[in-house]
Design a protein around this ligand. Structure first.
Ligand SMILES: Nc1nc2c([nH]c(=O)n2[C@@H]2O[C@H](COP(=O)(O)OP(=O)(O)OP(=O)(O)O)[C@@H](O)[C@H]2O)c(=O)[nH]1
Ligand SMILES: [Mg+2]
Length: 316
């Protein structure tokens, strides 16, 4: 790793009621007063797991078993690149105490958003609370088959859907969109209409901004209570999406895809460089499928967005 990279391990410690332990950074330290996942820096020659176990013993007085990876968030500041490597901790010995005088709080996951946390923790909180995949619909050939496939995707657990129906004749599009929204709503899935702010406002549903439309938006195009997402390809678009208050962005294409022949993918290195300059939750898109979620999380993504990779019956 380059000299300016700081590798930090942090634990999502959950009790039997599912509450998560946060620690408050004490006065006089950098980011004092903010809440964080307990942990600290990896020392030279130390494995990540040993570092996390040591930090949690020093800071909380507990002996832990380090569990599954949650995600690795690269985060760039003017002076350094932080890699926040977050793991699950389900089992430990002892009772967590603020051994360094820091405040502790056991927090219900859905209330994590009320705590002021450092920027790199925002994608981690999103990863704990929100779906790790987002379906983007393909163009229908046969409307009945398309609705059946959408229903199968919802039955299979998809909970975020971007309804993308470009170029359809308006009456057909309106009928299909109404039925698709009803299916999403019945399944408890969040639906985002692609590129139609007026419709999203009127119907009170989520809106997804294609990047060209994102660049034209000077203010949030839907109400604060309506979900908003955007497609991004570079740092300027990510910044703009964040300024508009998007809930998340879709970034890619990571790999070349069947839907954009001839367009090279940006690859995971570039994905990470862009990830490191934004604190939005980011779905990686481009030739990805559910099998890629763990890899995506390892590069700081919320998960994957896909058309073919998440469409029942499609060839990935
Ligand atoms: N432990 C922890 N550190 C985080 C989180 N998010 C985040 O940006 N950081 C940053 O990661 C760095 C690691 O922090 P640390 O101060 O806990 O390191 P440490 O326990 O080894 O302490 P020390 O270096 O002060 O002795 C800090 O710059 C901190 O702001 C988080 O959720 N948990
Ligand atoms: Mg620490």
């Amino acid at each position: 790793m380059p000299a300016a990279t700081v590798h930090v391990m942090a634990g999502v410690i959950t009790d039997k009621r599912g509450r998560v332990l946060l620690a408050r950074r004490g006065a006089g330290r950098e980011l004092a007063g903010l809440w964080e996942f307990p942990g600290g820096k990896v020392e030279a020659g130390e494995s990540p797991e040993a570092a996390l176990a040591r930090e949690l013993a020093e800071e909380l007085g507990i002996e832990v078993e380090v569990g599954a990876p949650v995600m690795v968030v690269p985060h760039r500041t003017p002076s350094r690149l932080l890699r926040l490597d977050v793991r699950r901790i389900h089992s430990w010995r002892g009772t967590p105490k603020g051994c360094e005088g820091q405040g502790l709080a056991w927090v219900q996951p859905e209330k994590l958003g009320r705590y002021d946390m450092p920027a790199p923790d925002l994608p981690v909180v999103a990863a704990l609370l929100q779906p790790d995949h987002c379906l983007v619909t393909p163009l229908p050939v046969d409307d009945v088959a398309w609705l059946a496939a959408l229903q199968a995707a919802l039955d299979g657990g998809v909970r975020r859907v971007q309804l993308r129906l470009p170029g359809l004749e308006p009456a057909r599009r309106d009928a299909l969109r109404a039925q698709a929204l009803a299916c999403c709503s019945a399944a408890g899935a969040q639906a985002f209409v692609n590129g139609d702010p007026a419709f999203a406002r009127e119907a009170g549903v989520g809106l997804h901004l294609p990047s060209a439309m994102l660049r034209m938006c000077r203010e949030r195009p839907v109400g604060a209570d309506q979900p908003l997402s955007a497609s991004c390809h570079d740092e300027a678009e990510l910044e703009h999406a964040q300024a508009l208050g998007c809930d998340f962005a879709i970034l890619g294409p990571v790999r070349p895809t069947a839907s954009h022949p001839g367009q090279p993918g940006i690859g995971w290195d570039r994905f990470e460089q862009l990830r490191a300059r934004s604190s939005l939750p980011l779905y990686a898109i481009g030739g990805l499928a559910p099998d890629d979620v763990a890899t995506a999380r390892g590069h700081g993504a919320q998960g994957i967005a896909a058309i073919r990779g998440l469409w029942p019956g499609a060839q990935a």
